[in-house]
Design a protein around this ligand. Structure first.
Ligand SMILES: [Zn+2]
Length: 359
């Protein structure tokens, strides 16, 4: 069975949930502060005077989130690494090789956790700025005299709130310049780290058991960083340059060469690794389990729908808006349940358990 970053997606979803919960706390704070004294003539002035207080409260919320994330990310990376190890042990058992224990296990987990946390911690100042900016913008839009001719202050504030924060706290950019929401940004960083950890656990264990060769298996979707390496044989140590399999010479590339410059297992990669045993393994270059992958993606899409309407409920300034958002939440939750009923494997068994490498 191959070790796959796709496994990391499952673990990262739990971290994303933590972020989604914290985001609701932040949105509620912004909404409550805006809603207080909305009928007062000096509402806009009061709200701008309260900005510093709001910022202080949001800073504390984000510090609490950072502390929770430090624990959750470490645990996620450790579990991903251990899973990679367990998969390697299964591979080695099947091959009749006695599994060894990697010496650098703790160090690998620490390094990857630190990398993920460095990215995740950078999100807090961006989130603080985005929430404070949205607050000021809502005040500006809801106190504009032109607007108040047609709309009441509450209506104007509601449409500004939905517009600015209905999709969550945004404004995150990755190194490739793509935009993310707070939740998707943290989820992406954690998923990438967990994928790296699963592959490290797999390859470290193979190496500790005297196995130097593996091959990349293309992910469940096209992967710009790995597709060129599909089916190629790689050396973990870089010490093997070729092997003979079934009487034919097979070229072997050092792993470090393949992974240099974000090539193999680059950003957003969900590909897998498999043990390569000369003369026994026929590298499998088919994308594993695309149907299961699609079902998982659909599940995440439906879950995002639930969270979108939970945010809208929190942002509601009137009982009517809250009620209609609640109905939408139930609606999307029912769709998630239907989807899970139709795909019973989605929660019960990790999808990767269905993946079989060609051996
Ligand atoms: Zn890939």
């Amino acid at each position: 069975m191959p070790a796959s970053p796709e496994h990391g997606a499952r673990l990262a979803a739990q971290v994303a949930e933590l972020v989604a919960d914290a985001e609701l706390v932040i949105l509620r704070r912004v909404r409550d502060r805006l809603a207080a004294g909305m009928d007062a003539p000096a509402w806009a002035e009061t709200k701008l005077a309260e900005l510093q207080q709001l910022r202080a409260a949001l800073t504390a919320d984000l510090a609490a989130l950072d502390a929770d994330l430090a624990v959750a990310v470490n645990e996620t990376i450790r579990r991903a690494y251990t899973t990679g190890q367990a998969i390697a042990v299964g591979d080695l058992d099947d091959a009749g090789v006695r599994p060894g224990l990697p010496a650098a296990q703790l160090q690998s987990v620490r390094t990857i956790s630190a990398d993920v946390l460095a990215i995740v911690r950078g999100a807090s100042p961006v989130a603080l700025r985005a929430a404070a900016d949205a607050y000021q913008e809502v005040v500006a839009r809801a106190s504009s005299s032109v607007l108040l001719g047609a709309q009441t202050r509450v209506q104007a504030a509601q449409s500004a709130l939905d517009d600015l924060l209905g999709r969550g706290i945004t404004g995150f950019r990755d190194t490739a310049g793509r935009n993310w929401t707070l939740e998707s940004y943290v989820e992406m960083a954690t998923r990438t780290g967990a994928g790296r950890a699963a592959i490290s656990g797999h390859l470290d264990t193979l190496a500790a058991s005297g196995q130097d060769l593996f091959y990349p298996i293309p992910g469940p979707r096209a992967c710009p960083s790995c597709d060129a390496w599909a089916g190629k044989v790689l050396s973990i140590s870089g010490g093997t340059t070729s092997v003979v399999a079934d009487g034919r010479r097979v070229d072997v590339t050092p792993r470090d060469v393949a992974t240099a410059d974000g090539h193999l297992f680059g950003p957003n990669c969900r590909c897998s690794t498999g043990i390569y045993l000369p003369g026994i393994t026929v590298p499998n270059v088919e994308r594993p389990d695309p149907a299961g992958y699609e079902a998982g993606q659909e599940q995440r899409r439906l879950e995002r729908g639930v969270r979108e309407w939970k945010r809208r409920e929190v942002l509601a300034l009137t009982p009517e808006a809250a009620r209609s958002a609640r109905l939408k939440v139930s609606d999307w939750q029912a769709r998630v349940r239907d989807h899970l009923d139709a795909h019973t494997d989605l929660r019960r068994a990790p999808r990767r358990e269905q993946i079989r490498s060609a051996r």
